[in-house]
Design a protein around this ligand. Structure first.
Ligand SMILES: [Zn+2]
Length: 335
C-alpha cells in the first residue's frame, strides 16, 4: 500500500487516524485488485465485514485494507434501525446502507456517533440522506469541523479539508444518558470519558452488546491524541464491571469484535503505558530516552498488536504530557 520512502516517513509521523486517511486512496485501488471474482467496479465488495452479534444486532468491522477507516454497526428494532458511527469513507457508508436494506425493509431512523473524529463521522451525510437523525455528544457540534482539521495537522490535503468542511452537523446532542426506543427495543446511549471529552457508548441490553467507540481498541494501540488516559482507564474498568460483563459482546472502534478478556487486555495496555511512563519520568527520563525505555516494555507484552512500532512512541509522548499536566485536549465550545 505504501510505495515510496516519502510516504513511509510521512506515515510514521502520523497518528493512527491520519495514517488511515493517507492510506485510504491507495487502499481503494487495492480493493479493486483484490475484489472477489463476482465483484465488478459497479458492484465492489463491501470494505467491511458484517458480523451478527445478537438478534438484529450487527457489527461492521473494518476490512483488512482499513479502507472503511473504523468500525460501525447497527441495531434493528421493531420499527426502525439505529446505526452506530458512519466510517471515514462515505463509500463504505453507502455499502452499509445497502447491507441494512438487504437485511430489513425497516427505515434507518438514527445514527449515533461515538465521537467527533472523522473516521467515525465521515458518512453521516449519507445516513441522513437515508433518513437518519444524527445524534452525538454535545461537544461534537463544536469540534466536528475545526478539530478534525487540527487532528490531521500538516498532512491534510485540499480534498480532506473539503470533506471536513462538508461533514454533517449532528441534529440532536446530549451530555446526559439517553434512552432510544425502537418500538419495544431499548437502546441506552451514555456519555463516557477518556478518549476525546465528547464520547458516547451505546448499549443494547437485550442483546448484551456494548458499542464502545474508541474507548476500546482490540489488538491495536489506541489513538490518545485527545485522550486523558487516567479517565480512560476508569471507563474501561467500568466496562468490565457491568452486570453480566463476561457474557457481553464489546464492539471496539478499531479491531475485531471483543469479549471481556479483550477489554481486560486493553485496560492492561493503558495501565502499562501509564505506569511505565510514570516510572521513566520518576527516573528523570525525557524525550527519546523515555520512548526508548517504555516502547520495548510495551512491545514485550503487546508485540502482536497492529502498528505498535508506529504508534507507541507517539502515545508515550502524549502520556508524558498528561502526567506533566501539559496535555492538550479539546475544549468544549458551549454548543
Ligand atoms: Zn477511530
Amino acid at each position: 500500500m505504501i510505495t515510496n520512502r516519502t510516504e513511509m516517513s510521512a506515515l510514521r509521523a502520523l497518528t493512527r487516524i491520519a495514517s488511515l486517511l493517507l492510506a485510504l486512496a491507495a487502499s481503494a485501488a487495492h480493493a479493486q485488485v483484490q475484489a472477489r471474482p463476482d465483484a465488478s467496479p459497479a458492484n465492489p465488495p463491501a470494505p467491511f465485514v458484517l458480523k451478527q452479534i445478537g438478534p438484529g444486532v450487527y457489527a461492521a468491522i473494518d476490512g483488512p485494507q482499513g479502507s472503511s477507516g473504523s468500525n460501525a454497526g447497527f441495531v434493528v428494532g421493531d420499527d426502525g434501525v439505529l446505526v452506530v458511527d458512519s466510517f471515514f469513507n462515505p463509500d463504505a457508508t453507502k455499502a452499509l446502507v445497502a447491507s441494512i436494506h438487504k437485511i430489513t425493509p425497516k427505515p434507518i431512523r438514527y445514527v449515533v456517533n461515538t465521537h467527533y473524529h472523522i473516521d467515525h463521522v465521515g458518512g453521516d451525510a449519507v445516513l441522513r440522506e437515508a433518513g437518519a437523525i444524527i445524534i452525538a455528544h454535545r461537544n461534537v457540534r463544536g469540534w466536528i469541523h475545526e478539530n478534525n482539521v487540527n487532528l490531521l495537522g500538516t498532512h491534510i490535503t485540499p480534498q480532506l479539508r473539503a470533506q471536513i468542511a462538508s461533514l454533517a452537523d449532528p441534529d440532536l446532542v446530549t451530555d446526559k444518558p439517553l434512552t432510544i426506543w425502537l418500538g419495544s427495543r431499548r437502546v441506552d446511549v451514555r456519555p463516557v470519558e477518556g478518549h476525546t471529552g465528547g464520547d458516547l457508548a451505546i448499549f443494547v441490553p437485550d442483546a448484551k452488546v456494548l458499542f464502545c467507540g474508541d474507548l476500546l481498541w482490540r489488538k491495536y494501540p489506541p489513538n490518545i491524541i485527545d485522550g486523558t488516559v487516567g479517565k480512560w482507564i476508569a471507563t474501561v474498568t467500568e466496562f468490565q464491571h457491568l452486570p453480566n460483563a463476561s457474557a457481553m459482546t464489546f464492539v471496539p472502534g478499531h479491531g475485531d469484535v471483543a469479549n471481556i478478556q479483550d477489554v481486560a487486555d486493553f485496560d492492561a495496555y493503558l495501565r502499562e503505558l501509564s505506569t511505565d511512563v510514570a516510572a521513566g519520568r520518576a527516573a528523570g527520563l525525557t524525550g527519546k530516552d523515555l520512548v526508548n525505555t517504555v516502547v520495548p516494555k510495551l512491545k514485550g507484552r503487546f508485540g502482536d498488536w497492529e502498528h505498535l512500532d508506529r504508534s507507541a512512541p507517539t502515545e508515550v509522548g502524549y502520556m508524558d504530557a498528561e502526567l506533566a499536566g501539559a496535555k492538550q485536549v479539546p475544549i468544549p465550545t458551549g454548543n
